[in-house]
Design a protein around this ligand. Structure first.
Ligand SMILES: [Zn+2]
Length: 453
């Protein structure tokens, strides 16, 4: 049996926002068992002591919508982003078609190590590997278990290549969920790409699978005007009512982006309990005019940040700040700091609690022991005891320790049992090979399409 983990002399924040220095946190069996003044918590034989020396301990960060592999395969680049969505997707799909399960394992391991390094302890991933859905989901699960990262992984199935293939992929996704069961760390979710790429038979099949399994479902919701236009022309419905009619919204649904959502739809989303995983960075890059943030926030939707990449939530937070300030200056939003706390902390914590069925998101007794020690000794306001600009203070700090499910995965900046440079080298080799295979398989179409075609 494993002993206790004791975090000594840490700074923590209570629910009232007041900081407390000189605290100890005891972790055992995957949960926080005790939070008390340091002097009251002796270190016992067999304990693992983490010497925090005043550093800040926070609940681990949650990336509500990631593309761990896809973001490595097709990194954001100016030229590509100038193309229309259909062309970008075609390019992504051409590369994803070349992936093997072994490629996915190598690439996701590298991406997960980076996520842990930035303080992320739970990733909700949206994987695209149409050639081997079952093998790729298993491969990603293995990588997460090996590194000790909490993961919920779904397959981004679409029906652009026909509904038979799509439904087979949805079944493989559902089989994976069954195989994982209620694993404490790594679980499956159903997934599809988006409304404009998913025909009715696929959504019907997913709805049935969801009903029988009760599993979460991950998808892109209203990616933008092209999604609305394509959905309307094919189904005579807007995106939110269409997905709602299939029963695909709900408290275990993670709807990414939500760029083109009107006020009435944001009310419906809030009533359904759907978690909206906003990607404000992607929104700025792709469709700067979107007002999703203020529309959704105004209706008390559950919102969390999604990197739409591989776990860099700090970039996403910076983009959220820019977006929230723009909305506040335009008198469309009154509380930009409240928006950031919801996106970065409260919303993601609620999503994690729903997905794993245990309370999370605070350094309190009985909560899930997903914790991060930051190299940050918070400066407190002497009168109120609160930390002004805490997110700003944190954004410049390194994650020193990450603890997931009560286990140390990173110690003083070193991910345990992993040579990160070796992971990066392996990932680079795989990427070069995949890009070369894609070029060979389709010599007619260039890997990065020329603009204006
Ligand atoms: Zn996605």
């Amino acid at each position: 049996m494993e002993g206790r983990l004791v975090l000594k002399n840490c700074s923590i924040f209570r629910a009232d926002g007041r900081g407390r220095a000189g605290m100890a946190v005891v972790v055992e069996g995957g949960l926080i068992r005790r939070v008390a003044p340091d002097a009251e918590v002796p270190v016992l034989p067999g304990d693992w002591e983490v010497s925090c020396r005043g550093r800040l301990v926070l609940p681990g960060l949650v990336d509500c919508h990631a593309h761990l592999v896809g973001d490595l395969l097709v990194p954001s680049a100016g030229e590509l982003l100038l193309h229309p969505p259909q062309v970008r997707l075609e390019h992504e799909l051409r590369l994803a078609a070349q992936l093997t399960a072994s490629d996915v394992e190598t690439l996701s391991r590298h991406a997960m190590a980076q996520a842990l390094r930035s303080g992320v302890t739970l990733v909700v991933d949206h994987l695209s590997c149409p050639g081997d859905v079952a093998g790729a989901l298993d491969a990603e699960a293995r990588a997460a278990e090996q590194l000790g990262l909490r993961l919920v992984v779904s397959h981004s199935t679409h029906s652009l290549k026909g509904t038979v293939q799509a439904e087979d992929q949805a079944e493989a996704n559902a089989d994976f969920i069954k195989r994982r069961g209620a694993h404490p760390l790594v679980r499956g979710a159903l997934g599809f790409h988006s409304s404009w790429t998913s025909a009715n038979p696929l959504l019907r099949r997913l709805a049935r699978l969801r009903e029988s399994s009760g599993s979460p479902v991950v998808f892109h919701l209203s990616e933008g005007d092209h999604d609305l236009a394509a959905t309307w022309s094919q189904h005579f419905q807007r995106v939110v009512p269409r997905l709602e009619s299939f029963g695909l919204l709900g408290p275990l649904s993670v709807a990414a982006y939500a760029r083109a959502v009107d006020d009435a739809e944001s009310v419906r989303l809030a009533q359904s309990g759907t978690c909206v995983a906003l990607g404000p960075g992607a929104a700025l890059l792709v469709e700067p005019s979107g007002r999703a943030l203020e529309t959704l926030y105004g209706r008390q939707n559950l919102m969390g940040l999604g990197s739409a990449g591989h776990g860099n939530l700090w970039d996403a937070l910076g983009a959220a700040l820019v977006t929230a300030l723009g909305a506040a200056r335009g008198s469309r939003l009154v509380d930009p700091d409240g928006v950031l706390v919801q996106l970065f902390s409260d919303g993601p914590a609620e999503l994690c609690s729903r997905l794993f069925g245990l309370p999370s998101g605070a350094v309190e007794e009985g909560r899930l022991a997903d914790l991060v020690v930051f190299d940050c000794v918070p400066a407190l306001d002497a009168e109120s005891g609160q930390a002004p600009h805490l997110l700003g203070q944190l954004g410049r700090a390194r994650a020193a320790w990450t603890i997931v499910d009560g286990r140390v995965t990173m110690r003083e900046g070193q991910i345990l049992g992993t040579d990160e440079v070796a992971l990066a080298r392996e990932a680079a080799r795989v990427l070069s090979e995949v890009w070369a295979r894609a070029r060979l398989s389709d010599v007619e179409a260039p890997a990065v399409p020329a603009r204006g075609r």
